[in-house]
Design a protein around this ligand. Sequence first.
Ligand SMILES: Nc1ncnc2c1ncn2[C@@H]1O[C@H](COP(=O)(O)OP(=O)(O)O)[C@@H](O)[C@H]1O
Ligand SMILES: [Mg+2]
Length: 298
Amino acid sequence: MPTTLLQSDLPGLELLHRGKVRDVYALPGNRLLIVASDRLSAFDVVLPDPIPGKGEMLTQISNFWFGKTGHLVPNHLLHTPLGEVLPAGTDLALYDKRAVVTRRLKPVPVEAIARGYLIGSGWKDYQATGAVCGIRLPAGLKQAQQLPEPIFTPSTKAAVGDHDENVSFDAVVAAVGAELAGQVRDATLTIYKWAAAYAAERGIILADTKLEFGTDEHGKLYVMDEMLTPDSSRYWPADEYQVGISPPSYDKQFVRDYLETLDWNKKAPGPRVPAEVIERTAAKYAEALRRIADIRLD
Ligand SMILES: Nc1ncnc2c1ncn2[C@@H]1O[C@H](COP(=O)(O)OP(=O)(O)O)[C@@H](O)[C@H]1O
Ligand SMILES: [Mg+2]
């Protein structure tokens, strides 16, 4: 049975950050304990109702991909058993599938996005300018069309409540230097291409994905945070894919569709969500985990 956790409570550990989804604690030895809660954010607002088991599913999907891509790009996972780091008396079952011990890295201040298809903000920018993040694309492309080749389309990390903004590769160079910018771009495209090919064999299109990177005290680059989850990526069932329309995806579409029916200004606090919408969303995450990683959490 999946567990439900809206907010972690680990007395004795130093809470560094409570994000939209994850609670991040400091551990000795320059390490972190990252706990994925069942919080759901939509339009960048955290909703009051948890999606039971969502944090477990996100963590298991990330761990799956970190394992699969570790030979391509080093990642932040340390594989320390949780029993060694959780405070005495913690319910291990509640944290077992949703928490990981990682290296504590210095975040590279950019959302590293790879796109193989023209959708979302990429589609919007293309319609307005014929380019995405300064990368000029062929004329006449349609919504959701596959690009001639995957492109790196970075955006700035916005503070809670703000929306991210697409930027050019040159802006990343200006922010972090040419060498690191190039490393981040190459690692992002390498992971995207590998994962897209893997998903394609399973009847799933990986349209795009957002990665986060960090460096250690020697400047070595690691991919961190979450990897190739339905929250950070657009997965489309290949058999429902059609150029010209926005395909259904394994993400928060049920919740977003529901919220669009409300008279809500998309600002905190978010509204309550009916049980049926919560159940259907949880089922979508479970389906993504099963189809992508062949993992069942029951
Ligand atoms: N290995 C790591 N080292 C340092 N920071 C990390 C690491 N992995 C993830 N993080 C950070 O931890 C936070 C995870 O919380 P999350 O709920 O995803 O936050 P957000 O609301 O910012 O998306 C993010 O700020 C992410 O950048
Ligand atoms: Mg995040």
